[in-house]
Design a binder for this molecule. Structure first.
Ligand SMILES: Nc1ncnc2c1ncn2[C@@H]1O[C@H](COP(=O)(O)OP(=O)(O)O)[C@@H](O)[C@H]1O
Ligand SMILES: Nc1ncnc2c1ncn2[C@H]1C[C@H](O)[C@@H](COP(=O)(O)O)O1
Length: 222
């Protein structure tokens, strides 16, 4: 019996991993998908045609990048739907608007008209009864220092050249955002409480929590 069966997690479940840049979403996505026998859906950073340009000039490229991400995530969503679930997804579609677009608009690096065009497109596509929300959003949280250390360790030049104040602002916004997020059930995990990179035994307790959380959410729905 595999861990998914042991903990009664439905084979068609969709779990999305949220959290700030560098917190460990991709690592967690791989670990959970392996343990559950699920497919993965990753953000493609290397093939993103706007990301480098965006980090070099936020004002010029923020709208283009948001539209690109929205299209990519929507295609991923369609793929998940077509497979009938059984996925772990690296970053939720909700963070694009709730964190990134909103932050760039409020900091003045996305114009009001671009922000309004983007959010109306997002709402028409995502915030409708036709859009399947994930069964669970796992929110990864940790201290700013630990996260900055991970960004350094990973070593993407565009992120390393970005001022620390950008990551600090994002870290604060994430905390506020998750406290008012209600689009689907949330499980919060602190990065100091597990180490799926070096200790494979730390995956099972997370799966136990996922199972418990999903069962509770189903009971609340009834
Ligand atoms: N549990 C962990 N302990 C230590 N380092 C980790 C852990 N999880 C991830 N990392 C490291 O942190 C960096 C960012 O992780 P990643 O999964 O790419 O984050 P994200 O997808 O959230 O941007 C990588 O270098 C990764 O190896
Ligand atoms: N919606 C977004 N707007 C701006 N930048 C974004 C968005 N989504 C992801 N990003 C950036 C942040 C990172 O540099 C890379 C990948 O994110 P990660 O959290 O490392 O998976 O893309």
């Amino acid at each position: 019996m595999n861990l998914r069966e042991k903990y009664g997690i439905p084979s068609n479940a969709v779990i999305t991993i949220a959290g700030t840049v560098g917190v460990g979403k991709s690592t967690m996505t791989n670990a959970l998908a392996n343990a559950l026998g699920f497919r993965t859906s990753f953000e493609k950073v290397d093939t993103n045609p706007y990301l480098d340009k965006f980090y070099a000039d936020f004002e010029r490229w923020s709208f283009h990048l948001q539209i690109y991400f929205l299209a990519e995530r929507f295609k991923d969503q369609k793929k998940i739907f077509e497979y009938g679930g059984g996925f772990v997804q690296d970053r939720s579609i909700y963070e694009d608007t709730g964190i990134f677009a909103n932050m760039h608009y409020e900091k003045g690096t996305m114009t009001k008209v671009d922000y309004e065009t983007y959010t109306s497109l997002f709402e028409a596509m995502v915030m409708t009864p036709y859009f399947p929300h994930p069964d669970l959003l796992i929110y990864l949280e940790g201290s700013l220092d630990d996260i900055l250390g991970r960004i350094q360790e990973r070593g993407r030049p565009m992120e390393q050249q970005t001022p620390i104040s950008y990551w600090e602002e994002m870290h604060e916004r994430y905390e506020k955002w998750i406290n008012s997020f209600h689009a689907c059930p949330v499980l919060r995990l602190n990065i100091n409480d597990y180490d799926v990179l070096r200790n494979s035994n730390s995956v099972e307790p997370i799966i136990e929590k996922i199972s418990h959380h999903m069962k509770q959410s189903l009971l609340l729905k009834k």
